[in-house]
Design a protein around this ligand. Structure first.
Ligand code: SF4
Length: 251
């Protein structure tokens, strides 16, 4: 495995929005550099042997890293008994159940459903297009740019919000482990802080989009209400999230 650049920011990719094209730290991110090196062509062909060779190499690297991590923690993966495996599996299922019944999960799923319905609402898009075309010619480009940028942001975060909420809640179910660490280093606080950033940026995008309409469509106001509810729940369930220091982004 290639050694990372010493100028890189360790672990920055754990608490970022994965929007590498817009990231000010891509030149200091090991994950970005690794992906550029291994997958320079975004349209890599799955029918090519080289695609599967690279994937195999990545999996081998991941297993190697997992083994190193286990060794660091004093765990010999070869010595895990069937009973311990069963116990770990049971614990995982209980954690998953707790995450699924958490009200944040329902809110996040409703938000995604609302976004998907919005994205597919052809009627609204056509009427917005007509409305923009009726504006003074000098304004059309500006309004189209606002529409496109808002939608790009909404699309980017609409799946990330539910997936990161899932990660934060799952990690909090392992609080016994994370609570050995100071508040500002607990994984669930870092992910919850990232969720707050994604929610804030999405809210700004919906606000911008709403200004393009004469009458705000119901899906826009629903999206904003759901995001506010998500924000409140995250603050309630992760009261220390703001204290987490995200490498690179918060220092
Ligand atoms: S830190 Fe930046 S470059 Fe690295 S994975 Fe995240 S968004 Fe991409």
């Amino acid at each position: 495995m290639k050694k990372p650049d010493p100028n890189n920011i360790p672990g920055i990719f754990n608490y970022c929005n994965r929007w590498c094209e817009r990231c000010p730290f891509s030149d200091r991110c090991t994950l970005y550099q690794q992906e550029q090196e291994e997958w320079p062509d975004e349209d890599a062909d799955m029918n090519e042997d080289s695609f599967w060779d690279k994937l195999k190499g990545n999996l081998e690297n991941s297993i190697e890293m997992l083994q190193e991590l286990a060794e660091e923690q004093g765990i010999d993966l070869n010595e895990v008994t069937a009973e311990e495996q069963e116990e770990a599996y049971h614990e995982m299922q209980v954690n998953e159940l707790m995450v699924n019944i958490n009200p944040l999960t329902a809110l996040a799923n409703s938000y995604l459903d609302n976004c998907l319905a919005w994205v597919k609402n052809q009627e609204i898009w056509e009427s917005l297009h007509m409305h923009i075309q009726l504006q003074a010619s000098g304004k059309i480009n500006e309004l189209e740019a606002i529409r496109d940028e808002s939608m790009e942001v909404i699309r980017w975060y609409m799946t990330m919000i539910p997936s990161k909420i899932h990660v934060a809640l799952s990690s909090k179910e392992e609080a016994d482990f994370w609570d050995q660490y100071p508040i500002q280093e607990r994984h669930y606080n870092g992910v919850a802080k990232l969720v707050k950033v994604c929610v804030q940026e999405s809210k700004e995008a919906w606000d911008q989009l709403s200004e393009l309409f004469i009458q705000v469509p119901v899906q826009v106001s629903t999206a904003l209400q759901l995001l506010t509810a998500i924000e409140e729940q995250v603050s309630e369930q992760f009261p220390d999230a703001d204290q987490f220091i995200r490498p690179g982004f918060d220092w």
